[in-house]
Design a protein around this ligand. Sequence first.
Ligand SMILES: Nc1ncnc2c1ncn2[C@@H]1O[C@H](COP(=O)(O)OP(=O)(O)OP(=O)(O)O)[C@@H](O)[C@H]1O
Ligand SMILES: [Mg+2]
Length: 516
Amino acid sequence: MWRRRCAWTRTSPARSRRAFPSACTLRRAADFLLGPEAAHLNISGVSGLATKTSAVEFLLASIFQHFPAHKGRIAALCFNVKGPDLCFLDRPGALDDADRRRYERLGITPQPFERVRYYAPCKADGVNLNTLRTHPDLVGDVEPLVWGLEEVLDFAEVLLNRDDIDAKADAFIDFLSDRVLNKEFDDGFGGSHRVQTFADLDGLFRAIFDGLELTGRSDMWRTHHIATIRKVRNRLSNISTRCKGLVTDDGPSNDLPWGRFEDRTVYVVDVANVDALGQDLVFARAVSKLREHLERRDLGVEAVVVFVDELNKYAPADGPETYVRKMLLDISERGRYLGLVLFAAEQFRSQVHRRVVGNAGTTLFGRMDADELATPGYQVLSPATKIKLATLPIGELMVRHPHFTQPIFLRFPRPAVLRGRDGVERFPPATDLPFEEAVVRQLVRLDRRIRPNQVKDLIAERRPDDVRRALAAVRRTRPDDAFAYFRKLLGARVAPAATPAREPVPPLNPISEEPY
Ligand SMILES: Nc1ncnc2c1ncn2[C@@H]1O[C@H](COP(=O)(O)OP(=O)(O)OP(=O)(O)O)[C@@H](O)[C@H]1O
Ligand SMILES: [Mg+2]
């Protein structure tokens, strides 16, 4: 879009020659789309016909190929919020000759993204991944996204704000973060605790309650009322149950590579099957971490495009205040200075929070619903433009951009990546593996020399929690000899006389009614 030629093919002649942007304007579009001049992109239109997700994929590919190196390094963090939508960005999709010609004219190579890193939380069994990219050929490059107490405590308010969280509870959470977490801590009843996991924290809580009861002391513990402590305990100890698979009770965490983001790389975080609370936590933590690192200039890249689809769900104009919406508002209002850019898509623009859509420097419209066009937000458009928008063919978009005096209609080629729908047909998701198999798969991924039977023999009769913990530690440490390290963590084992029959682990997360 910022090349000498526009990254799109105009479909209708501008009414006046002057309305056609000059080459100079187009080159400056990079500054306009990604900052510092303006920032953010919003695209809306009806489901399936407006090609919203496709347009963003095409634009990202175009940015990665043509964003000038002297402007810095750039990456994208895409939240996959719907089925398999963004699960195959590294696989080539079908293009026809017309698409190829368009790519050629635009000077863009029609190829899938070269570097894509996938992250998905585990399912409740702690070993199978909660994503549709589980085909054996592809699942190897999906990293588990697992957070422990430390990661969650920073964002505990996300999980508490839905209820009647108060200043006292807030203060107690701060106390836990500042004085207790990862420190040698004396509970005041003779016990010493080093709290690193939810399980450790529960140990401390029990010691406090038992201590107060045994000593017959008042209802206060270090200036905190016991009711406040109970409240925080209930909420916190629930977290690992409510977000099972994303939040671990006692294992080490595995996070996005903060500080090591790479140039022209897409990071896909699959939250499509995560419940609303977990999604709130993922959005809050991911966006806050991005902001924190961009502020310190140590993320690894200078700019990040955050792509969030389905804004009608995540940033509705009305409805309860959620952290996702708060984070989206924050990016659209303050992200530009930091190099944090929001690309967002929704079906009904009129029903998205005004400040989120209002801050987008570039606005695209695909085929629009006539009822939507009748809402007050579209009064500025002429009746002829509205008719055109309501009948816009697939692959055509209208651009509203402050540099152009009137709306411009454009055509763009299909993105060169495999569509989610085609992806799950070509790479059908694997059914959940039994616990042992899933452990084997994860270990083999870390070290291809590992033989499955070795692992199965080792973990037979072990407690799944111990195995999960050992696996997570191997993942975090990345030792040269993964099997030896794994065996060491589990301790030496005497071979059992006979291999007991093992129950397969049942799938624990209910699959939604939707086809994907
Ligand atoms: N440039 C294009 N030319 C022709 N067809 C296209 C083009 N881009 C996308 N399509 C096709 O249009 C269909 C819908 O695209 P897409 O999934 O991007 O729509 P969407 O607006 O995101 O829909 P939803 O709101 O349901 O998510 C896809 O089948 C895709 O292959
Ligand atoms: Mg879509």
